[in-house]
Design a protein around this ligand. Structure first.
Ligand code: ATP
Length: 323
């Protein structure tokens, strides 16, 4: 177990636990890969308008919200189930920020102990922190009996970060705006991915800054190509591979040139395509079937270029209470 920090709960004096309610709620939420990411010129507030297609992948974060001892007076605390490099356990953790926002919004002062089991690589462009925030919102809403609707939770999720609403819904969806205005997308079949992680993360803001330098004349983000929606509708990994696109890839490769070697190694081992996942540095390699995914993962592991090669299928459901 890693260290424990506390921030005060909001909403005045702590209330006693509601009688009859459960003592803990466990929620699972998925990481994501961007099948398509088109980035426009930054607006006056510095944010880049996006068109993106998210797919939820079977790398599952688990947040258990536990009713806490009365003597902690409404604190919101977090413990990592196993140490996980680069993940804060204090008020900066996105799961703690999510629980704190829900407490402030609803006036609940009960506090909570959050237990977090991570499976999504940290700072890897797969929105693990965002999945933790989504899971914490759902878990605390159930534990505290605050009864916010899915739409109200989605509103809080968007306040926490542009990538937080998607893990609430999961599956496959188009994101507009900052990526937080979601429309579900019809997708058939199961896709077989290999995610190649790097020992060192890449900062998302740094990748966007490099994008601005490399593409000074960016305009409005492009629409989702018809070929991509057709590939998903048909459940065709070959056509999907052709349609994968990430506007941030050039910026991520510029900051981390070794990523090009990982892409080449994945494709020569049988991946249909390999691209940078989100803002990187994780590389997402799409395989035609599970056996090919195994060969790609083995080749990447043997190459010594990657920290880990994770075989993962997709799409999967969004955040849900599992216990
Ligand atoms: P995105 O694709 O949304 O940019 P990411 O997958 O690249 O996200 P995350 O793992 O979500 O990156 O986290 C990025 C940073 O946020 C980390 O470097 C870490 O300092 C901080 N952080 C805060 N809370 C968490 C969390 N619960 N899990 C991981 N990182 C967190």
């Amino acid at each position: 177990m890693s260290s424990l920090h506390a921030v005060p709960g909001a909403g005045g004096a702590p209330r006693p636990p509601r009688s009859g309610s459960s003592t803990q709620v466990r929620v699972e939420a998925p990481g994501k890969v961007n099948l398509f990411l088109s980035v426009g010129a930054p607006a006056a507030d510095g944010y880049h308008p996006l068109t993106t297609v998210f797919q939820a992948v079977r790398l599952i974060e688990t947040v258990t919200a536990r009713r806490q001892a009365a003597d902690l007076h409404g604190a919101i605390t977090l413990t990592l189930e196993e140490p996980y490099a680069g993940v804060p356990t204090n008020a900066a953790n996105l799961a703690v920020r999510a629980a704190t926002l829900l407490a402030q919004t609803t006036g609940v002062g009960d506090g909570v102990d959050l237990l977090l089991r991570k499976r999504v690589p940290a700072a890897g462009g797969m929105a693990g922190g965002s999945a933790d925030a989504a899971a914490a919102l759902l878990a605390c809403n159930a534990l505290w009996g605050t009864g916010l609707s899915q739409a109200e939770l989605a509103g809080l999720a968007a306040e926490l970060g542009a990538d937080v609403p998607f893990p609430l819904v999961g599956a496959t969806a188009v994101g507009h705006g900052r990526g937080d205005r979601l429309t579900p997308l019809m997708a058939r079949g199961t896709y077989h991915w290999v995610f190649a992680t790097s020992a060192q993360g890449l900062s998302t803001p740094a990748v966007f800054r490099r994008f601005d330098e490399l593409v000074p004349g960016a305009t409005a983000p492009a629409d989702v190509p018809a070929a991509l929606t057709a590939a998903l509708r048909d459940g065709d990994p070959f056509s999907l591979a052709d349609a994968l696109h990430n506007d941030l890839q050039a910026a991520a490769l510029d900051l981390r040139p070794q990523l090009a070697d990982i892409i080449a190694a994945a494709e020569s081992a049988g991946a249909l395509r390999a691209i940078v996942s989100g803002s990187g540095p994780t590389i997402a390699a799409l395989a035609p079937d599970p056996a090919a995914a195994m060969r790609v993962a083995n080749a990447l592991t043997a190459s010594g270029l990657v920290a880990q090669a994770l075989r993962v299928d997709a799409p999967v459901a969004g955040a849900r209470v599992v216990g």
